[in-house]
Design a protein around this ligand. Structure first.
Ligand SMILES: NC(=O)C1=CN([C@@H]2O[C@H](COP(=O)(O)OP(=O)(O)OC[C@H]3O[C@@H](n4cnc5c(N)ncnc54)[C@H](OP(=O)(O)O)[C@@H]3O)[C@@H](O)[C@H]2O)C=CC1
Ligand SMILES: Nc1nc(=O)c2c([nH]1)NC[C@@H]1CN(c3ccc(C(=O)N[C@@H](CCC(=O)O)C(=O)O)cc3)C=[N+]21
Length: 315
C-alpha cells in the first residue's frame, strides 16, 4: 500500500486520530470483571501474585497499579516485596511455592531484577500455565508457531494489537497485507509484537540498533511500533503520511519548573516525537495514556485466562 493518508476534500491532511489507551483498557477491564464474577460464582477466584525485588520507585508504581487493577476485577491479589539483597535461591523458592499454590493462577516477577539474580533462570522457573507475562520459552514458542489459543501472550504486545485494531476501524482500513515495522527486538516487546503482526498477515520488518537506514525503514511503515526506550528518537518527519503509530516507549525526562516538594519536575515521553508525528500519522497513541494502561489490562486478561484454563483442567 503506498498511500494511507486520510485527506479532507480540500486535500489537506487531517490531524491523527488519537488512540485512547485509557478508554480501551477500561473496556477490557470491564469485560474481565464480568467474566471473573461468573467464574467466582462457580467457585474459582482468579489469583495474581506479583513479586517485586528491591525498591525501584518506578517498579513500585507499576506494581501498585497492577494490584489495584486486580482488586478492581475482583481477583485475589498478593504482592511479595523482597529486599534488594535477596538471593536467587530464595526467589526461586518463592516462585516454587507460588507454582504450587492453588489460589494463585498468575505469577509476575517484576523486571528488572538486581544484577546478582539470573533473570532468565527466574522467569523459566515460573510454571508456563501461570506465566501471565508470557515470557516463558514455552509461551514464546507457542506464539512463534502461531498457537495463540494455547499461549499466554506478553501483555504489552497483546495490548498494542488491540490499539491497532481500534485505529484500523477508525481509519476504515484492513490489517492484512499492511507493511508493519517494529523498532526494537526485545523478548518482552519487539519480538512478540512482530509475531502478532505476522499472525495478522502484515508484512513485518524488525529494526534494531544495527539497522542501517532507520529513517528509510520507518518511512515505509503503514504500522509503526516503537519499542526502544530513547526519548523522542523517531522524528515526526520519518512517519509515512496516514500511518498507524504505536509508541511503546516510556521515558522520564526533565520537565519545566519545580514540583510541590521543590524537586525538579519530570515528564513522560515516548520514543516518537508526538506533536510532529501527530501532524502526519493517521492514528497515534499518546504517552502516557496509550500502551501503558493496556499492559495492565492485558495482565488481568491473562490472569483470567490462566484461571479459566486451570478450572477446566480440574473439572
Ligand atoms: N508501555 C508499556 O507498558 C511498556 C513500555 N516499555 C518501554 O518500552 C521501551 C522498550 O522496552 P524493552 O523492549 O524492554 O527495551 P530493551 O532495552 O530490552 O530493547 C530496546 C530495543 O531497542 C533497540 N535500539 C536501541 N537503540 C536503538 C537505535 N538507536 N535504533 C534502533 N533501535 C535501537 C535495541 O536494539 P539491540 O537489540 O540491537 O540492542 C533493542 O532491541 C522502554 O522505553 C520501556 O520502558 C516496556 C515494557 C512495557
Ligand atoms: N515482569 C514484568 N512485566 C511487565 O509488564 C513489566 C515489567 N516486568 N517491568 C517494567 C515494564 C514496564 N511496564 C509498564 C506498565 C504500565 C505502564 C503504565 O501504566 N504507564 C502509564 C503511566 C504511568 C506513570 O505515570 O508512570 C501510561 O503510560 O499511561 C507503564 C509501563 C510493565 N513492565
Amino acid at each position: 500500500m503506498s498511500e494511507l493518508s486520510q485527506t479532507t476534500r480540500a486535500g489537506t491532511h487531517r490531524e491523527a486520530f488519537i488512540i485512547d489507551g485509557k478508554a480501551v483498557s477500561q473496556r477490557v477491564l470491564q469485560e474481565v470483571s464480568e467474566a471473573a464474577s461468573t467464574l467466582i460464582a462457580q467457585g474459582v477466584r482468579p489469583g495474581l501474585a506479583v513479586v517485586l525485588v528491591g525498591e525501584d520507585p518506578a517498579s513500585q508504581v507499576y506494581v501498585k497499579s497492577k494490584g489495584k487493577a486486580a482488586e478492581g476485577c475482583g481477583f485475589h491479589s498478593v504482592q511479595h516485596t523482597l529486599s534488594r539483597q535477596t538471593s536467587e535461591a530464595d526467589i526461586l523458592a518463592l516462585v516454587g511455592r507460588l507454582n504450587a499454590d492453588p489460589a494463585i493462577h498468575g505469577i509476575l516477577v517484576q523486571l528488572p531484577l538486581p544484577p546478582h539474580v539470573n533473570a532468565t533462570k527466574v522467569l523459566e522457573s515460573i510454571s508456563p500455565a501461570k506465566d501471565v507475562d508470557g515470557f516463558h520459552p514455552i509461551n514464546a514458542g507457542l506464539l512463534a508457531i502461531g498457537d495463540i489459543g494455547r499461549a499466554l501472550v506478553p501483555c504489552t504486545p497483546a495490548g498494542s494489537m488491540l490499539l491497532i485494531d481500534e485505529a484500523i476501524k477508525a481509519l476504515g482500513l484492513k490489517l492484512a497485507g499492511l507493511d508493519a515495522v517494529v523498532v526494537g527486538r526485545s523478548n518482552i516487546v519487539g519480538k512478540p509484537m512482530a509475531q502478532l503482526l505476522l499472525g495478522e498477515n502484515c508484512t513485518v520488518t524488525i529494526a534494531h540498533s544495527r539497522t542501517r537506514d532507520l529513517a528509510a525503514v520507518v518511512g515505509g511503515a503503514d504500522i509503526l511500533v516503537a519499542a526502544v526506550g530513547r526519548p523522542e528518537m523517531i522524528p515526526g518527519e520519518w512517519i509515512k503520511p496516514g500511518a498507524i503509530v504505536i509508541d511503546v516507549g516510556i521515558n522520564r525526562i526533565p520537565g519545566e519548573g519545580l514540583d510541590k516538594n521543590g524537586k525538579p519536575k519530570t515528564r513522560l515521553v515516548g520514543d516518537v516525537a508526538f506533536e510532529a508525528a501527530k501532524a502526519r500519522a493517521g492514528a497515534i497513541t499518546p504517552v502516557p495514556g496509550g500502551v501503558g494502561p493496556m499492559t495492565i489490562a492485558m495482565l488481568m486478561k491473562n490472569t483470567l485466562t490462566a484461571a479459566i484454563r486451570c478450572a477446566e483442567r480440574t473439572v
